[in-house]
Ligand binder design. Structure first.
Ligand code: FES
Ligand SMILES: [Fe+2]
Length: 360
């Protein structure tokens, strides 16, 4: 791995971007799994996926098989979905169960993870089933989202969110209903996608339609210790401009806010919808972007909802296009690392600092 400290400069005016090889090296990817993804809060779903006792779903968190289940006591818990016998699968897919029975030899666990049945295990010595329950994983909920953290000593999720809950409060995300999920399989490193997300510098060139809806000259980037907020006033209809516009009104209170929380999830907040992005690394140069749209209940299935979704899909397709070009070019023998715009790339610089702090 290149010496991260060599390029580490906390002053954006002097700093360089992360070295290109960190965007494709397999050993960096393995390091990131343990240093970053196994120690940060990760979104795995929404409470609607496990609303009732016995409801469960499984989730692959960058190679770690997880099981999220609501117990008879109403408590939502997370476990490694790995049987304590010989590592079979206690659960598959999603659904509702009274018990989890491993598909290999039939060890059976309660919804709270306790081991209940071990067929044909008479005569085994020094074996106490209480020591062989499903291994628990920390779980917290916020805004109806379910988070896990593989690090038992991690700080509480709320500590990492800082001022974000107050900043996002005006969007009333908690009252919005799940509308649709789409996934985008992208040929780029997860950081290529995050870098791109963290600046509005590319909006005029890459997103002409989005650029017409926002006030680019007022685009503001605010880095915080564990997240970055980007926001822009919405540009309503302008006098003499008859072109169709998503939002007719503008005003101080009408903003589009884009929150990215280290390392890999985002909330995109508009007056009429909020979308959640989860950016899951699959391989050094393959990344899955999961998009979920949430709308006020009255708008579910409406034409306006379809338009909002089509609009964000168009932006995403443009972003994937540029990220895949960049990913290919990062391999060029001509390119090693770049520089930051002090005005426009504070968010990318903040991400690279957070990254260096955990990886150095
Ligand atoms: S591996 Fe699960 S019962 Fe054997
Ligand atoms: Fe973009």
């Amino acid at each position: 791995m290149p010496n991260l400290q060599l390029h580490d400069d906390r002053d954006i005016a002097r700093a360089s971007t992360l070295p290109a090889q960190l965007y494709f090296s397999p050993s960096t990817f393995d390091d990131e799994k343990s240093r970053i993804f196994a120690s940060t809060w990760q979104v795995v779903g929404h409470v609607h996926q496990a609303a009732n006792p016995g409801d469960y779903f499984t989730f692959d968190l960058i190679g770690e098989p997880l099981l999220i289940a609501r117990g008879d006591d109403g408590i939502l818990r997370a476990f490694y979905n790995v049987c304590r016998h010989r590592a079979g699968n206690p659960a598959t897919g999603c659904g509702n169960r009274k018990l989890f029975r491993c598909g290999y030899h039939g060890w059976t666990y309660r919804l709270d993870g306790a081991l209940l049945v071990t067929p044909e295990f008479e005569g085994v010595e020094n074996f106490d089933p209480r020591d062989f329950g499903l291994a628990p994983v920390r779980l917290e909920e916020w805004f109806n989202l379910i988070f896990v953290n593989l690090d038992p000593a991690a700080r509480p999720l709320r500590d990492c969110l800082g001022e974000l809950p107050a900043q996002a409060a005006k969007f009333d995300f908690a009252a919005m209903k799940f509308s649709e999920r789409r996934t985008y399989d992208m040929n780029c490193n997860w950081k290529t996608y995050i870098d791109n997300y963290l600046e509005g510098y590319h909006v005029p060139s890459v997103h002409p339609a989005l650029n017409r809806e926002i006030n680019y000259s007022a685009y503001t980037v605010e880095p915080y210790p564990h997240y970055v907020r980007q926001w822009t006033p919405i540009r309503g209809a302008q006098p003499g401009d008859t072109s169709p516009r998503r939002y007719q009104q503008s005003g101080d209170e009408r903003t589009a806010d884009y929150f990215w929380i280290f390392p890999n999830w985002m909330l995109n907040c508009y007056p009429d919808n909020v979308s959640l992005n989860i950016i899951l690394p699959l391989a050094p140069e393959r990344t899955l972007a999961i998009f979920e749209w949430y709308l006020p209940a009255k708008d579910l299935g409406s034409e306006a909802a379809q338009k909002a979704l089509a609009f964000s899909d168009e932006i995403q397709v443009e972003d994937v296009g540029i990220c895949e070009i960049v990913q290919k070019n990062l391999h060029s023998r001509s390119y090693h690392s770049g520089r930051f715009s002090v005005q426009q790339e504070k968010g990318v610089h903040a991400f690279h600092q957070m990254y260096r702090d955990l990886m150095a």
